[in-house]
Design a protein around this ligand. Structure first.
Ligand code: CTP
Ligand code: CA
Length: 225
């Protein structure tokens, strides 16, 4: 097995992968979050480690075992995830943002449990930092890969995110297909970069992760990083 790791497509490279949802606290007992299972990010971390990369997962709260030979840093909020990632990218060749980061968080976190009042209530939300954009526009800058979960015009929206966030590669995911994505064990995606694209047909997340790792290794090498 050691020989396999030494000769893998990512041998000698350091990877950081975000995975899972974030949790944005409202008060000591409540939070905003989403249904991300973390499966795709964990499958990628496993495939990256198998390909020889020194792999770190920055993970929101999920019910998954840490893959073998992967270091795991647990976080809750988007801001915690950003801090953890910024500390890690100083020694990182490839950054993959697979987490379903909450776009907004409650404007204030109440110190005490919020008590109910009248018939209606509203929440004030503020924007969270964009983690992958911050990494892609920082220094040092690793080869940066994002994901795009879309329900329509999947490739157009993904290409727009690739450019807007200054990414090297984006993996577009049609989450309108009810039996795929999020909680599913299978997925199908389109990988897009500045002057090319590749469609990866429906497969288990584990097999898809292996194909994505091979593609990322190839794009990283040809980008001359
Ligand atoms: N992402 C991130 N930090 C955020 C929001 C998103 O790092 N605060 C990353 C995700 O991990 C993913 C990519 O950005 O790699 C795209 O996430 P997505 O939710 O599809 O895009 P957004 O830019 O948030 O746009 P929208 O939700 O409005 O489509
Ligand atoms: Ca979003």
């Amino acid at each position: 097995a050691a020989a396999l790791f030494d000769s893998g497509a990512l041998a000698g490279l350091r990877l950081v992968i975000t995975a899972g949802p974030t949790r944005e606290a409202l008060d000591p007992v409540r939070y905003l979050s989403n249904h991300s299972s973390g499966k795709m990010g964990y499958a990628l971390a496993r495939a990256a480690a198998e390909a020889g990369a020194v792999t770190t997962l920055v993970s929101g709260p999920v019910h998954l075992d840490t893959p073998a030979h992967v270091r795991r840093v647990d976080v809750e909020s988007a801001r915690d995830m950003l801090d953890a990632c910024q500390a890690l990218v100083a020694d990182c060749d490839i950054f993959i943002a697979c987490a379903a980061v909450a776009d907004y968080r409650p404007a204030t976190v109440r110190e005490q449990k919020i008590k109910k009042g009248g018939e209606h209530s509203s929440l004030k939300l503020i924007r969270n930092p964009d983690i992958v954009a911050a990494i892609a526009n920082g220094t040092p800058r690793p080869f940066t890969v994002g994901f795009a979960a879309e329900t329509q015009d999947v490739v157009d929206y993904a290409r727009d995110k690739l450019q807007r966030k200054n990414l090297d590669l984006i993996v577009a995911n049609d989450v309108s297909k009810a039996d795929l994505g999020f909680a599913s064990d299978e997925n199908e995606v389109t990988a897009i970069w500045r002057d090319g694209a590749s469609q990866l047909p429906r497969a288990t997340k584990h097999n898809l992760a292996r194909e994505l790792v091979a593609l990322i290794a190839e794009r990283h090498a040809s980008a001359g990083n």
